[in-house]
Design a protein around this ligand. Structure first.
Ligand code: ATP
Length: 242
């Protein structure tokens, strides 16, 4: 579904990604772990077209999207849920969700968006309860569900999730992670997940990649990474909530 080959990204003189290669197969959950500043967010932004790579290639569902515009990449089926739950605060929950269908066109666009809205409210009952409430007044966990719901309104085949558990209480994060697994199991969604809590991310993922100062230093099945001494020392030692 996603194939990244030798990707390089610079911010001015800062070499943020160095010859990164990574792939995600259809229906997989793959987690990307790494310390602060390793380049995880940069990689997601490069995939979704928000940052341009200076070398290398990104292919999605068999097409080269390396230089494609972000809105086209969403239309092609790859949706990015950015870090920090960027909802439109003054707008209602329902309007935030409707905006996720913005790129949709055709005679039945409005009707199909209404159907999808209904499906998403079914998936996240708390959003239904609060559908008329301003998004900015939701709790952190509810805003995260709204961000994911909004991305789903674009009918993606693949979700890029940047730190969905950031700043949330452990119980709430666990609920969000349950939703991620359900999305894969019920809709067949493919997921690339960036998460600070490496243990939790690897527990729901099929495979993982370790990124260190812009390079992939290790990759493997999640269970092997969880058992790897270097990974344990660097990324799993401080996780108290498992
Ligand atoms: P974190 O877990 O702390 O969010 P990350 O792994 O997501 O980190 P990135 O945000 O991708 O890391 O940053 C990778 C490197 O690129 C860092 O050294 C960062 O300082 C640098 N960087 C990121 N964004 C910019 C920018 N807009 N301008 C300059 N440098 C940047």
């Amino acid at each position: 579904m996603l194939e990244i080959t030798n990707l390089d990204v610079f911010y001015g003189k800062i070499h943020a990604l160095r010859a990164v290669s990574l792939n995600v197969r259809q229906g997989e959950i793959v987690s990307l772990i790494g310390g602060n500043g390793a380049g995880k967010t940069t990689l997601l932004c490069a995939i979704s077209g928000l940052i341009r790579a200076s070398a290398g290639s990104i292919s999605f569902a068999g097409a080269d999207i390396t230089r494609r515009a972000p809105e086209r990449i969403v239309q092609d089926g790859c949706s990015h849920v950015p870090e920090g739950r960027l909802v439109f605060s003054p707008l209602s929950v329902a309007d935030n969700l409707r905006l996720g269908a913005y790129g949709r066109s055709g005679p039945d666009a409005r009707e199909s968006a209404a159907e999808d809205l209904e499906r998403i409210l079914e998936m996240f009952p708390v959003l239904r309860e609060r559908r008329r409430q301003a998004a900015g007044t939701l709790s952190g966990g509810e805003q995260q569900m709204l961000s994911i719901g909004r991305a789903l309104m674009a009918r993606p085949r693949m979700l890029l999730l940047d730190e969905p558990g950031m700043g949330l209480a452990p119980l709430v994060t666990r609920e969000i992670f349950r939703h991620i697994v359900t999305l894969r199991d019920s809709l067949g969604l493919t997921v690339l997940l960036v998460e600070q809590n490496a243990r939790r991310a690897l527990k729901i993922a099929d495979r993982g990649y370790v990124l260190e100062t812009g390079r992939v230093t290790l990759t493997g099945q999640s269970r092997d990474l969880l058992a790897n001494r270097d990974v344990q020392r660097a990324y799993l030692g401080r996780d108290i909530d498992v």
